[in-house]
Structure formats: structure tokens, C-alpha cells
Design a protein around this ligand. Sequence first.
Ligand code: AMP
Ligand code: ZN
Length: 464
Amino acid sequence: MVEPFVPLRPGEIGMYNCGPTVYDWQHIGNLYAYIVADVARRTFEYFGYRVTQVMNITDVGHIVDDADAGEDKMELAAKREQKDPLELAAMYTRQFIIDRHKLNILDPHVIAKATDHIAQMIELIRRLIEKGNAYVASDGVYFDVTTFPGYGTRLNAENPADREAGARVEVNENKRHPADFALWRAAKPGDLQQWESPWGRGNPGWHIECSAMSMQYLGETFDLHSGGEDHLFPHHECEIAQSEAATGKQFARYWLHVRFLRVEGQGMHKSIGNTYLLSQLEEWGYDPLAFRLLALGVGYRKPLDFTRAGMDAAQNRLVKWRRTIAEACVATGGRMTEPEPDFGVRAGFVNALADDFNTPRAVAAAEMALDLAGSPDLAVRERALWLLFDMDRVLGLSLRDRASAADDLSVDEERLFDERERARESGDYAKSDQIRADLLTKYGIQLKDTKEGTRWERVRPKGA
Ligand code: AMP
Ligand code: ZN
């Protein structure tokens, strides 16, 4: 059932996206979750809301196991790579932001690092202890789930009974109830990241980070909280319990959980070797925005199956869109006309987005606009262009840049292009292949050798 979205304050929306744990490269599954969050933000903005988007960076506290017994992922990575955890965090964060930009994901208004918010977490834990929802044990501070009726059942995830039956329950005799979860963990010898607290040196639990940071920037109640489906339980159920227990108020009004991206029908696992990075897609010759288009074509409630055939189709589709738009721009001399709000395709697009961010239907509306962009009637084409550029405010495929860019090769690109022509003429195919690869990876120029000579196509915006 789709219910109307009613923000806390008219015209404004506060949204919080659970951000990456920066102990490793973010793979295309992770990036997909941020494309979905970006589309949600852009949709709200398209509908005229003023959005405040907050995303955290988890650089401490995310434990390998859902039970509280495992090691901190950042600690493990720091030991694996023999680096300082914050240095590692900075490196993976930087790459993550670069990948986001390639995918046209807008920067959140606030990017909050967990290690910059330890004081806020300590304060929240203090409140919970004071209210009797948390207790101090010898190895940290735990949230007492028996004090929060309905713990674990708020998000209609899996039935808690099934979950318990299937779970590997680690016995920790410091907990009063096996389901109690850590808010603060006492430092273990050799912990690289640890802070002073009223309960001794230690580090925060992962869940408390997101509660503390979201409430810091968005208030105790805010509109939308997002994450991947793996966060339904325990992460988000824990966030709800501890936030609402502390404030006595509703925490997030709406939740958005992205179904996981799968690769060729399988879950992503390091052991299978299918945790692809965006750079791998680029090496295969794909435009990152083709991945964005692929993502838009499914919708966040259905699992997205990433396949090479699907990516080929998305890439071809994007190239075709760009070509049609560029031709329409030439034909109309760049003129555009705004169609009436009830113009069929326009209304179809708006209704699709308003229906639980139905991006597949929105993309279908864009395809209809593309058909119109190929019309022999110039007036129709002008309307189609207006529609497409308007839709791109949400789709984020850089349609306008591509169409309007005076698409000449830059001096450097031209030099390489000519050098390759000479290499080919002299039969130095190793060199010509190398230059072809460089043009693609460094400049986003794809070459096609045809009977009429070498043709080029820009698959990434100039300078990106
Ligand atoms: P992590 O860095 O593991 O905390 O994950 C960052 C974000 O990516 C979280 O919101 C996860 O839920 C999400 N995520 C992880 N794997 C996938 C996947 N295969 N498909 C979609 N989202 C994912
Ligand atoms: Zn979170």
C-alpha cells in the first residue's frame, strides 16, 4: 500500500542516509544504495521541497558480526594494511566521493564522520542510562531491549522468532538479555581507536552513531531514513529503540530500504570475486552513468541483477538517448518550449515519481519523450527537449551537458588521436591499442574503426 508522504514541516524534508563503513572500497552494490538515496532527494527537490540531506561516514564501531563479539572493521583493515585507521578512512572516503561524482550523485549537505561525534554519542548513552534503558557492564554499556516494547518489530523485517531460530547466538554473560546490544564497548588491549568516557576508555557501537548524528543535524524527529535491506535488522531497529527511548518521540517518520544488487543472479561476496568496483566497469568500457541508468530501470524495492548483458543494453540506451537529444538540439537550434503540466508524458513522469519513486516508469516516460524528440515536427521536438532536461533533474544522466557541449576534441585528446592514427598506419598495433585504452580510461573517448576511418564518441563528460 502506498501512503501519502507528509513531512514534519511543510515544504521541508530532512533525510539521513546510512553511509559507508570506510574500511574498504565501496562496490557497485554500495554505490547503488546511494543512487537510490540521490533519486529520493532529487525527487523531493523536483517537487519543490527544501531538502537537508545528511550522510554519515562510519570510521569506527562497525563490528564484523551482528553479535557484539566480533572485531571492529576499521581495526581489522588497519591491521591488514598496516596503516592508521583514520588515514585508511580518509583514503576510502575520498574514492567513494569520486565514484559518487562519476555517478552524478549530489553531495549531501552534511557528511558526518563518526569519529567527530563521539561526544554526542556519549551524551545519548548517558541519557539512556539515566532513563533506565541502558546499563553498564564490565565490558561496556548495553541497551536493555526489555525496556522498549516492540523492539525488533517496527520495520516489518523478518519475523523475530524466525530470526532468533536462525541466528547464531553468541552467549555473552555480561548482557542481561541475549538481544541487548552494545552502545559502548570497553577498549580491548591494542585497540587503535579509543576514547575516554564516563564508563572508561572504549569505542562506540555502530547503531548509536547513526542515532546521535542524525538527531544532531536533523532534530529528534525527521522525515526519511535510508539504508540497504541488510540494515532493517539489527541496525535500524536498534536505532529506533535507542532514539525513541531517549527522546520519547518518534525517530524517523519514513524508512527507505534498498533491495540488494546482485551480480549475475548471485549475492556479492569477496570469495566469489564479484564485488565489482566502478573502476572495473570503466575498464570494461562502460560510462558510469550507464550504471546509473541501469539502476533507475529497476526500482529500489526489486532486486537489481547486474549482468554484462544488462550493462551493454544500458550503455547502448544511454548513447542512443544522447544522440537523439544532440540531433534534436541541432534541429531546433537549442530552442525549448515548456509543455502544459497535464501534457501526457510530463504528467506520466511526475506520477511515476510520486508513486513511491517508481523510476522504471519514470524512465519509460523519458523514453516516450525521446520518441517525441525524434519527431519531424519541430514544435514537438522543442517540447520534448524541455521535458527531457526537466526529467534529468531527477534522472541525473547529464543529458543537457552532453547535448550542449561543443563536442570537439581537446588539444590533448586530439594529439593522442593523431598519434594513434600514425601508429595504426605504421602497423604498430600494440601502441595503437594502448592509446585507444588511454583515450577511454583517461578521457572517456571511445574509438570505433570504420571503413570511413576512425570515429570517436565521448562516453564521459569532457574533463570528468
Ligand atoms: P557498508 O559500507 O557495508 O556499511 O554499506 C554501505 C551501504 O551499502 C549500506 O546502506 C548497505 O546497506 C548498502 N549495501 C551493501 N551491499 C549492497 C548491495 N549488494 N546492494 C545494495 N546496497 C548494498
Ligand atoms: Zn546507520
